[in-house]
Design a protein around this ligand. Structure first.
Ligand SMILES: [Zn+2]
Length: 268
């Protein structure tokens, strides 16, 4: 597919890398600023019946950054990446480590915000999920955009309903993937192309038609294909990992207004 012209993408990446130097310094500044940013998290059930949250402040995410500093000798090295921006260091979450996704970095190709098309914010994700997102997310957006005949996106803003929140899946004794910081609830993709145009892609089932449906199916299939063979279809967490009701790719009514994009435990 022409839209996946690797050379173009590499040129674009190099150009942006040059433009964003010194990236580390910028990240350091963002750490200082991020303590004033408020991150919220809610979680949907990974699968099964019941309701999902209407909004629970992710208090851990709000506190986390004040204890992290690039000057901290114990801080973990920065996760390499450019599509997403992650702050240096890790923090202890309820069931393992987490890193802060800086959804506001203007130099990242992927930014995002809680329940907003324009207001950015931070999120918290498991380090392995962070790497997986950085490696695969934007590529899947490009693949899906090509299949939907959208202009090639240069950046994407994720309107979401939360990342890390420590709780069970709804009406379940099992932990949600959100408790492991392995899920993002995507409400909308806002694609920015190089002409300055934007395309908004809803993930609500009522909008599941035409090019939106093509994007939706293509993106989900692409993400599914990124997961290792250790994640076999039929696993509960796997079916809930991308979520969509009434589709060949699995899902349920809990995910009829967002994509529960996860990095399930089977992925390592
Ligand atoms: Zn979810």
């Amino acid at each position: 597919m022409e839209i996946l012209n690797k050379r173009k993408i590499n040129e674009q990446t190099n150009r942006l890398r040059q433009k964003t130097f010194p990236f580390r310094l910028r990240q350091s500044l963002m750490v200082a600023l991020s303590s004033s940013l408020v991150a919220f998290g809610i979680g949907c059930a990974d699968s099964g019946g019941g309701d999902w949250a209407s909004g629970i402040p992710d208090s851990l995410s709000q506190e986390e950054d004040s204890t992290m500093s690039p000057e901290n000798p114990n801080a973990a090295p920065v996760i390499p990446g450019f599509n997403f921006s992650f702050n240096p260091g890790t923090k202890d979450l309820a069931y393992g480590p987490g890193v802060t996704w800086n959804g506001c970095d203007p130099n990242a190709m992927v930014t995002g915000g809680y329940d907003s098309d324009t207001k950015c914010g931070n999120g918290t994700v498991y380090p392995g999920y962070a790497e997986h997102l950085d490696k695969n997310f934007f590529r899947c957006v490009e693949v899906a955009s090509a299949d939907a005949n959208y202009r090639q996106p240069e950046r994407v803003f994720i309107r979401h309903w939360g990342t890390y929140v420590n709780r069970n899946a709804r009406n379940s004794s099992s932990l949600s993937m959100h408790a492991y910081a392995r899920a993002i609830d995507i409400v909308k993709f806002i694609l920015y192309d190089r002409t300055g145009g934007t395309t908004q892609v809803s993930t609500h089932v009522r909008d599941f038609a035409g090019s939106t449906a093509k994007f939706y199916n293509s993106f989900r299939q692409c993400w599914k294909d990124t997961l290792p063979s250790s994640c076999k279809p039929g696993q509960r967490e796997y079916l809930g990992s991308i979520g969509i009701p009434g589709s060949a790719l699995g899902g349920n009514s809990l995910h009829d207004d967002h994509i529960h994009l996860s990095y399930p435990l089977c992925a390592g």
